[in-house]
Design a protein around this ligand. Structure first.
Ligand SMILES: Cc1ncc(COP(=O)(O)O)c(C=O)c1O
Length: 488
């Protein structure tokens, strides 16, 4: 093997492509798989919104990877040596060092989670006339821009919206469209351009470093800040190594430094990036640091803890170093690839190529008989929970917000996201997911639509309540009992 930085790979004699766990389980948590009758009651109680379920009713929690990745023994032991101090804690100094080593940025403002960083950016930079171009929105990133009176523009290439694709970088920003929108809007109205690593809402799809360089060149041309949402930058960097020729022999640290070096400001949710809690805003630009610094004590806490417990700060520092370990960072993408590819073999419509953070089922195709007005992705998420006890997340029109006139804005894609947090599930659990998904696909005509019964004005997908448009859940349950007998 000539390569300096080989990705971890274990080939099976049988030739099968099976992702092998390169860790062992030392602490376990018991799960509940309650009968389908109880699952239907739970859905009714939670308004057919998987955010409203409690974990007592959930078997495999595939809602999100946020705050649910497994922590390592090293993270847990680091938490025991936390230095509790309001100001000047040694835990924060260790975190600063980790941020410098892993992300190569000198200045760090800690915040309690990713959206807190988005709030600070919004308050500091977004005005009523602002437009923020981005590869694609994330719910909270967009909400903090619109809350401050601004607008967003999503600038992906058409290939990003192709469900069945082998394009390696569907998260790339459309460079021509970026240039054009800046000219049209006027650079003075563009506080920053936002690039999201591993674009969450279009199926966890990465961008290439070449694309980031092209975005940087446009930002330089117009003197506009480039902001990198690095919540899933570890996996994006891993896929760069897998898919971008220039980087195939580079280390994770080299790739990450190249990415962060192209941005003026990097922010992240540590709930994702470092398998801990917290978040951060990082930069090498002292002017930017000073522009944002005062907002941290105002909204978060003193600038050496930012609303995060010192124990979590220690876990964050260790977790950041662990993103450089390819056996760790490749675990979730390799399980996702297995889940996507095996589901495809059974004819289930999935977003391809497999991305990061979760497997994404195309609800528009799966439930082609349900109109977008009746939320096919929300209906599929509820139906899948009913038949499996697996909790996924709707990533479609329910997750969209209404426009200024109060009209529905239908999502480009209606997706059921099945998150695969790092090192949490076993392969037999993933096989169970594929099995129940395949049964549901064969019985998909039994799934019906949903309608809102309670709709909050902001981020409605979290607290909103819905109801089925007919008695389809009862019919689906009856078919399940017929086919599976007394099985859970
Ligand atoms: C890409 C991206 N940005 C920002 C956030 C917000 O982070 P948090 O949930 O920690 O507030 C998330 C959360 O899932 C995310 O996926």
């Amino acid at each position: 093997m000539s390569s300096k930085h080989q990705s971890p790979q274990v080939k099976f004699y049988s030739g099968e492509e099976i992702p092998l766990e390169l860790h062992k389980v030392r602490i376990v948590q018991k799960l509940n798989l309650v009968p389908i009758e109880r699952r239907l009651e739970a859905l009714n109680e939670g308004g057919f919104n998987t955010f409203q379920l409690t974990t007592l009713d959930v078997f495999l929690d595939m809602l999100t990877d946020s705050g649910t990745n497994a922590m390592s023994d090293n993270q847990l032991s680091a938490m025991m040596q936390a230095d509790d101090a309001y100001a000047g804690s040694q835990s924060f100094i260790r975190l600063q060092k980790a941020v410098l080593d892993v992300l190569n940025t000198k200045y760090l403002l800690p915040v309690h989670q990713g959206r807190a960083a988005e709030n600070i950016l919004g308050v500091a930079y977004v005005k009523k006339t602002s437009l923020v171009p981005m590869n694609y929105h994330f719910t909270t990133a967009m909400a903090h821009i619109t809350e401050n009176g601004g607008r967003i523009a999503e600038l992906l290439y058409p290939e990003a919206y192709v469900i069945n694709s082998d394009h390696p970088f569907k998260g790339n920003m459309n460079i021509e469209a970026l240039d054009e929108i800046i000219k049209r809007t006027g650079k003075e109205h563009i506080p920053y351009v936002r690039m999201e690593a591993s674009t969450n809402l279009i199926g966890g799809q990465p961008f290439s470093i070449q694309n980031l360089r092209d975005v940087r060149a446009i930002c330089d041309k117009y003197e506009i800040r480039l902001v990198l949402d690095a919540s899933l930058v570890g996996e994006n960097a891993y896929l760069v190594k897998q898919r971008e020729e220039e980087f195939k022999d580079k280390s994770m640290a080299e790739i990450l430094h190249t990415m962060t070096g192209l941005a003026d400001l990097v922010y992240f949710s540590a709930r994702k990036l470092s398998s801990s809690r917290g978040g951060g805003i990082c930069t090498n630009n002292l002017k930017i640091y000073h522009e944002l610094e005062a907002l941290v004590p105002l909204y978060e806490g003193f600038t050496t803890y930012g609303g995060i417990s010192t124990r979590e700060i220690e876990a964050m520092a260790v977790g950041l170093y662990e993103t450089l370990d390819e056996t760790m960072i490749s675990q979730s993408p390799s399980f996702i690839k297995y889940l996507v590819n095996e589901s495809k073999k059974k004819g289930i419509p999935m977003i391809t190529p497999a991305g990061v953070l979760g497997a994404h089922v195309d609800a528009m195709d799966f439930c082609s008989h349900i109109p977008q007005t009746e939320y096919p992705a929300g209906a599929l998420a509820a139906a899948f929970f009913l038949v499996s006890g697996v909790r996924g997340m709707e990533r479609g029109s329910v997750s969209n917000q209404r426009d200024e006139e109060g009209n529905e804005t239908y999502a480009d894609m209606e997706l059921l996201r099945l998150a695969v947090p790092r090192r949490v599930f076993t392969l037999s659990q993933i096989s169970y997911v594929i099995d129940r998904l395949s049964w549901l696909y064969d019985n998909r005509e039994l799934i019906g639509g949903l309608k809102f019964t309670y709709e909050p004005p902001v981020l409605r997908f979290f607290m909103g309540k819905l109801a089925p448009t007919s008695d389809w859940p009862q019919k689906l349950m009856a078919k399940f009992r017929k086919d599976f007998g007394n099985s859970l």
